[in-house]
Design a protein around this ligand. Structure first.
Ligand code: ATP
Length: 433
């Protein structure tokens, strides 16, 4: 099991993830994605979008707003229910979530006495317009799902889909977590990929199983270690207020087995609540029987940040190559931020550098994720590319000038083979498809 500190430090050193506002001392639960982290995240989102949305015929993608009228969360139950029980240590003033404590009387940090448990509301508030009063109160959404429910009627009216069909989105969500911790695991600003899949009530079991399989497939396609994935059936007492069945997909993180994703049967809870509160008719009309009813919902909900953390934990490897210790990220080529790094063997020989630049530019036009690296000696470049998980490094050397071949070095084995320059594009495209 890799040490979380090593992953945090590699992520920062190599430009994946930085603590936000670090020059001002940072703020718990906020992280920024640097160039490699952003590319990794975009690759994950693309794979998800293809599998859950664009590759299917029955799912519609949307992008709804983050700042949300309070009426939406009053109807959904979040304004009253999206809260955790909080307790504060009377000695060191640290705050804890009661459901995360083994002993609710004694502070796990300093041993001091813990105070009375009280409700802590987790939605971040803002105001719409100039007046900062109760009437202008709005929330930063704590999940992307409600933006989907409030657009249900729009999708039905514009596209006339028949059941079952889904509405999906990827977007930011905000939770004022009591105790943000464990790097990307518990953040206050997160990104989610969610589908609300609308069904006839009698079909829920079948749809639940279908999405469970889709989630398993997605996890495997990212190279997350499937031996560390556990599906946990959530007991009724621990389920969210809207759910009749929930499975948590847990991942064995360095700090323990914790929820990576959730799959929930949300019944008709949300649409019914919005119909009641808004007065809009949110029923679906069955085209055959003419019956009108509120569809039920299966929701696969996937956090992107926890996905990135599970990917980094799965990919982090320490080994020995050529009798030297090294660290590398064994990322699947499809998600690696850099797929191919192109090097000139030496950076002070004009003919080698210009040949390498030419080859780099050609490859970069054809394949996304091609990088140039001429910094330091070859050994240093390999170490750097290994640490960001680049699957292949191409070196242009003296022999290239004579016979138009280059070396291609494999990240996992360190093996080098010579390839014809003109075969490179096909060679990499085949490996990436
Ligand atoms: P937890 O029990 O860990 O607080 P949750 O059950 O509240 O999580 P959901 O409401 O089911 O989480 O959110 C859906 C998904 O969003 C989660 O499976 C996770 O991937 C992600 N997620 C939720 N809260 C956070 C957070 N604070 N930081 C990072 N990701 C989160």
């Amino acid at each position: 099991m890799p040490d979380l500190d090593k992953i945090v430090s590699l992520a920062k050193r190599r430009g994946f993830i930085f603590p936000s506002f670090e020059i001002y001392g940072g703020s718990a639960g906020f992280f920024d994605y640097g160039p490699h982290g952003l590319t990794l995240k975009n690759n994950v989102k693309q794979i998800w979008w293809k599998q859950f949305v664009s590759g299917r015929e029955d799912v519609y993608g949307i992008d709804s707003v983050i700042v949300t009228k309070k009426e939406v969360f009053e109807a959904s139950g979040h304004a009253r229910g999206f809260a955790d029980m909080l307790t504060e240590c009377e000695k060191c003033q640290r705050r804890f979530r009661v459901d995360h404590l083994a002993d609710t009387k004694k502070c796990p940090e300093c041993g001091g006495k813990l105070g009375e448990a009280r409700q802590f509301y987790m939605m971040l508030e803002t105001h719409i317009g100039a007046a900062e009063d109760e009437a202008s109160l709005a929330y930063l959404r704590p999940e992307t799902a409600q933006g989907i429910f409030t657009n249900f009627k729009n999708i039905v009216d514009s596209f006339h889909p028949s059941l079952p069909f889904g509405i999906a989105q990827i977007g930011k969500a905000f939770r004022n977590e009591i105790a943000p911790r464990d790097f990307l695991f518990r953040l206050r600003e997160i990104e989610q990929m969610e589908v609300e899949y609308f069904i006839k009530p009698g079909d829920w079991k079948e749809s639940f199983e279908m999405w469970r399989k889709e989630m398993q497939k997605f996890i495997a396609s990212l190279g997350i270690d499937t031996n560390k994935i556990f599906e946990l059936e959530i007991e009724e007492a621990d389920r969210a207020h809207y759910s009749k069945r929930t499975i948590d997909f847990e991942f064995d993180f360095p700090f323990g087995k914790k929820e990576l994703y959730g799959l929930a049967y949300r019944t008709d809870y949300d649409l019914s609540a919005h119909e009641k509160a808004s007065g809009a008719d949110l029923r679906y009309t069955d085209p055959e029987s003419g019956d009108k009813f509120i569809p039920h919902v299966i929701e696969p909900s996937l956090g992107i940040d926890r996905t990135i953390l599970a990917i980094l934990c799965s990919a982090y490897v320490e080994d020995e190559l050529g009798k030297e210790k090294r660290v590398f990220l064994k990322l699947k080529p499809q998600i690696a931020p850099v797929k191919v790094a192109v090097f000139p063997l030496v950076s002070n020989k004009e003919n080698i550098v210009s040949k390498a630049r030419e080859l780099y530019k050609n490859l970069k036009e054809k394949i996304s994720g091609v990088a140039w690296d001429d910094n330091g000696n070859i050994g240093k470049r390999y170490r750097r590319q290994d640490e960001i998980g680049t699957p292949w490094c191409v070196t242009i050397d003296y022999q290239t000038l004579e016979d138009k071949t280059v070396t291609v070095r494999d990240r996992d084995t360190g093996e080098q083979i010579r390839k014809k320059e003109k075969e490179l594009e096909k060679y990499f495209s085949d490996k990436l498809s």
